[in-house]
Structures are given as structure tokens and as C-alpha cells.
Design a protein around this ligand. Structure first.
Ligand code: BGC
Length: 257
């Protein structure tokens, strides 16, 4: 049975696509999230099918707004980059594709941007004045820039070229695992350099660290020697789903939804 004030958030990541109904007032999930592995579903048509299955799975959110995150640039619902997903995504009108699959309007936004929307409303960036940079350390590095609570969408500071490398290929959580680095080695050989460059370019007042690895923040954040205060995301890895639902409920997406 549809319930008022419940939205649906769906988070598309490099390894999984997950969704849950979200209480838009509290940011809590109202049911257990549903998750599918992306490996065999990462082309647009397959993923749209998964979005449709998730939308059909939660009747309590049947009349509410639907938000979907994507790990790449999203402009007016169209995917512009897909660094860690099937290239067929580039140029796809994801808003139209997912709306068709879900049978109702859908908002599509960058995954780090969605996480920032949630952290601003309920988490580590709530009521923080000035410039907040959210970084997600996962398969890639996602970034979201917030100024006095307002998001500047589609920033891509995970792809800064640092020491001749695309930063995320060295400093992401996936790169740590791929190269067999301990948390200490990761900080000293990769993260330290990354965050110093970023803080020197942006001078944020606060950096918030999200992504699955933020659950283990005590293993690496205290080792970082940077001038900017840096804290773990409060919503940990639910932020994408919550932010997607919140963004869909907000009326600030240009164009038809
Ligand atoms: C993409 C970003 C995304 C990040 C995290 C990067 O490779 O370019 O748009 O936010 O990965 O998924």
C-alpha cells in the first residue's frame, strides 16, 4: 500500500545496484534494501530491467518520487561519462529509459552528488556553512561540491591528473585492494597526496569521506596530515539511496521528470 512521504532511492554502483524506500522526513529506510550485482546487468537495457524490478518490489513507495544515482556525469537525465561501467551508457537518456522501466517519472543524478544531498540534509554536512567537499572512495573517486548547503553538480575531482595518473586509478579504495596496500600504505602513498592537491585547489572548509570504506574510517582518516577538517560520512553507504530519493522529491531538476 502506497504511503505518503516515502520516496524510492536506487543507487547504481560499479559492483551493485540497490534500492530501498526512504522516509523523506527522517532519511530512514522503511524496508530492507534490495540488491543485485551489476556484473551481468551493466548495459543500459539490463540495468533498466533491474530498476523496474526494484520499483515494483516496494509498493509502499508506489506513488512517491523515484531517484536513481549513476556513477558518471548526468546532465538533464542524459549520461555523459561512465568511467567504470559499460561504455554503451554514454549518450543514453537514462531519465527516459528508467522512467519507462519504472512506469513513472524518475530523477537521475550523479552518485556522489546524491550522497552529498543526503549528508547535507541528515548527515555530516548538515548546517555546515561555507564550502564542503564530499569525496566517495570506492570503485572510483566521486566528488560533490556544496556551498552553503547548495550543490554544484557533476564535479569530477576524482579524475584530477596527479603525478601523471588519473587520481582515482591510484587513490580509490579499489586501487588500494588491487595493489595490495595496507590502510597505512594507502594513506602514505596515495591518499595523502590526493587530499593535499584537492585542498590546495579548492580550499574547502570541510571534507566528508563517503563510500563503503568510510565504515573503516578510523583505520585511515586519523593518519592523514592535511589542513582541512576531514570526517566520515554520517550515512555511510546508505547516502546514495537516501540522496536519490530526496533529490527526486525536490523540484529542482530542469526538464521533464
Ligand atoms: C565517475 C564519477 C563518480 C565516481 C564514483 C568516477 O569514475 O567519473 O562520476 O561519481 O566514479 O562512482
Amino acid at each position: 500500500m502506497a504511503q505518503p512521504n516515502i520516496g524510492l532511492g536506487i543507487d547504481i554502483g560499479g559492483s551493485g545496484i540497490k534500492g530501498a524506500p526512504v522516509d523523506l522526513t527522517t532519511g530512514e529506510f522503511t524496508a530492507e534494501r534490495l540488491k543485485f550485482a551489476t556484473t551481468e546487468h551493466s548495459a543500459p537495457e539490463q540495468m533498466a530491467g533491474v530498476v523496474g524490478r526494484i520499483a515494483a518490489h516496494f509498493p509502499e513507495a508506489a506513488d512517491g518520487p523515484v531517484g536513481v544515482t549513476f556513477p558518471g556525469i548526468v546532465q538533464n537525465g542524459v549520461i555523459r561519462t561512465a568511467a567504470n561501467l559499460d561504455e554503451a551508457w554514454v549518450g543514453t537518456d537514462a531519465r527516459a529509459l528508467f522512467a519507462e522501466a519504472a512506469g513513472r517519472p524518475v530523477r537521475v543524478l550523479n552518485d556522489a552528488d546524491a550522497a552529498a544531498v543526503a549528508e547535507v540534509r541528515f548527515g555530516a554536512a548538515k548546517d555546515v556553512p561555507g564550502v564542503v567537499l564530499l569525496t566517495t572512495l570506492g570503485t572510483g573517486i566521486g566528488t560533490a561540491l556544496v556551498t552553503d548547503g547548495h550543490l554544484v553538480p557533476n564535479t569530477e575531482f576524482g579524475h584530477l591528473e596527479i603525478d601523471g595518473h588519473d587520481a582515482e586509478t591510484r587513490a580509490s579504495s579499489a586501487a588500494r585492494k588491487r595493489d595490495g596496500l595496507s590502510y597505512e600504505e594507502w594513506v602514505h602513498q596515495r591518499l595523502q597526496r590526493y587530499y593535499r592537491v584537492v585542498e590546495d585547489l579548492l580550499w574547502p572548509d570541510l571534507i566528508v569521506v563517503g563510500g563503503g570504506v568510510s565504515r573503516k574510517s578510523e583505520k585511515f582518516l586519523p593518519l592523514l596530515d592535511i589542513r582541512t577538517p576531514i570526517v566520515p560520512a554520517a550515512l555511510l553507504n546508505t547516502a546514495g539511496i537516501v540522496g536519490a530519493a530526496l533529490a527526486a522529491a525536490a523540484d529542482d531538476d530542469p526538464g521533464p521528470r
